[in-house]
Design a protein around this ligand. Structure first.
Ligand SMILES: [Zn+2]
Length: 446
């Protein structure tokens, strides 16, 4: 199965807070210089990417269907359904085979899949589709889902794909992606619904020939079926039905992350390996003429990270290799580490690591995967918006201290900022217009 190229996950809204108010203020002061650079001249915009065809819709005006990978397993998995029709793949379509009710095991069988009722019949096919009766749910491993289940061979095992109308999918996404919001923050739910819908639709065309459109993890958007729903988020999905952010008439690739630290990131700096959509060049996240950022109340707005030279060397020995590959030779001594260049918004655009076995450069958001605070496999660094202080002595790095801001890749909508803007009385349209400048918002299905 094809993995999306170097896609980095949108970060969750995490708990935690600055260690002390004094620390937060000191950190703010130190980062102020970085953020002051926000007004610096910006590089010229690249031309807008060529428009892709519109996402497929079953009938003009009807809601698109998305295919979401909900489980990928080398072992059999269990499906329960009150009543459903089973179809098998035949040519380009599906042929009905029988009706089922109860609990079944789905497993790989040669180049295809097998459906077996406990103690009962079994059926093999190249692929199977289980279509619950109208309004019915199916359950995989105790998680109920709306829509249809496709079971297909995938990799060495089996893939469970939920084929579902996009708005039903979004209802299972919103609470996992932006949390449970109070009544005064409904516009943040509406903004998230429009952003998540736009993101999903923007993926459909490029995934058309593949097994599925979206993963149900942070690789795309976290989707937990009916178990992930709540009433208020579902209301926001219904209230925005069909509404999509567009650029040149196409759904926008609406990336978002938890907290931008005061300025959202430029995609050309964070993910130089991805399409540089012009609405993702980064914005200052504060009301015009004011200093306090919309996301300043987040516990991630300012943070710090520290390593001894030996601890950081131990981490880099593993993380550099996993990010840059075999070109990184084993080393013993970390001689230097420094920020090479910064984006206009103050983020580290590239760092250089000098060791006794070679010098390596790490660019963009990949820096977060290399500078892990605790261990080579622990959580990644919260953001690339940081100031670095390196103490050197005796030909090696003695310690490194970062004072940083924000949590996540920082590209597109800042969710903490969005929640604050909603709390200040702004509409979803105003929120999205702030984070994705120049987009239009329109209804593309009824
Ligand atoms: Zn922000």
């Amino acid at each position: 199965m094809t993995m999306p190229m170097r896609r980095r996950p949108p970060d969750r809204l995490l708990g935690g807070a600055c260690r002390s108010r004094r620390h937060a203020c000191a950190a703010c002061a130190l980062l102020a210089g970085l953020l002051a650079a926000c007004g610096a001249p910006r590089p010229a915009c690249p031309p807008a990417p060529a428009p892709a065809p519109l996402p497929p819709a079953p009938e003009p005006g009807e809601a698109p269907i998305v295919r979401v990978l909900v489980l990928e397993s080398d072992r059999a998995f269990t499906v329960s359904v009150p009543r459903a029709r089973v179809f098998e793949a035949a040519g380009d379509g599906w042929t009905p085979v029988f009706e089922i009710s109860g609990t079944f095991a789905v497993s790989r069988a040669g180049d295809g899949v097998r459906l077996r009722q406990r103690g009962g019949r079994s059926h093999d096919a190249l692929a199977l589709e289980i279509r619950p009766d109208a309004g019915g749910l199916f359950t995989i491993e105790d998680i109920p889902y709306r829509g249809i289940l496709q079971a297909r061979p995938g990799g060495s095992g089996i893939a469970a794909i939920n084929v579902i109308e996009i708005d039903d999918y979004l209802k299972g996404v919103l609470p996992s992606e932006i949390g449970h919001l109070g009544d005064g923050l409904f516009e943040a739910y509406r903004a998230q619904a429009i952003a998540s819908r736009s993101y999903a639709l923007s993926k459909l065309e490029e995934k058309r020939g593949e097994l599925f459109d979206l993963r149900s993890t942070v690789m795309d958007q976290v989707y937990r079926g009916v178990r992930g729903e709540n009433a208020r988020a579902s209301e926001a999905v219904d209230a925005t039905r069909g509404l999509v952010g567009t650029w040149d008439g196409e759904p926008i690739r609406a990336y978002y992350s938890s907290c931008c630290g005061g300025h959202t990131a430029d995609i050309r700096v964070g993910w130089p390996w991805k399409t540089p959509y012009p609405y993702l060049e980064g914005v200052r996240d504060a009301p015009p003429g004011e200093n306090r950022s919309y996301c300043a109340g987040s516990g991630h707005f300012r943070w710090e990270a520290k390593w001894s030279g030996t601890d950081l060397a131990r981490i880099l020995q593993k993380t550099l290799r996993s990010e840059l590959g075999e070109v990184v030779r084993p080393f013993n001594i970390l001689r230097d580490i420094r920020i090479d260049s910064r984006s206009a918004s103050g983020r580290a655009a590239a760092i250089t690591v000098v060791t006794d076995a070679g010098t390596w450069r790490v660019e963009g958001d990949r820096i977060r995967w290399v500078l892990r605070p605790d261990s080579p496999t622990g959580p990644i660094l919260r953001s690339t918006l940081f100031k670095m202080e390196t103490r050197r002595g005796g030909g090696r790095v003695r310690s490194v201290e970062l004072i940083g801001g924000g949590n996540g890749h920082g590209i597109g909508m800042c969710q903490n900022g969005s929640i604050r803007m909603a709390g200040l009385g702004m509409s979803a349209e105003q929120i999205l217009g702030h984070y994705y400048p120049g987009i239009a918002i329109g209804k593309i299905y009824r």
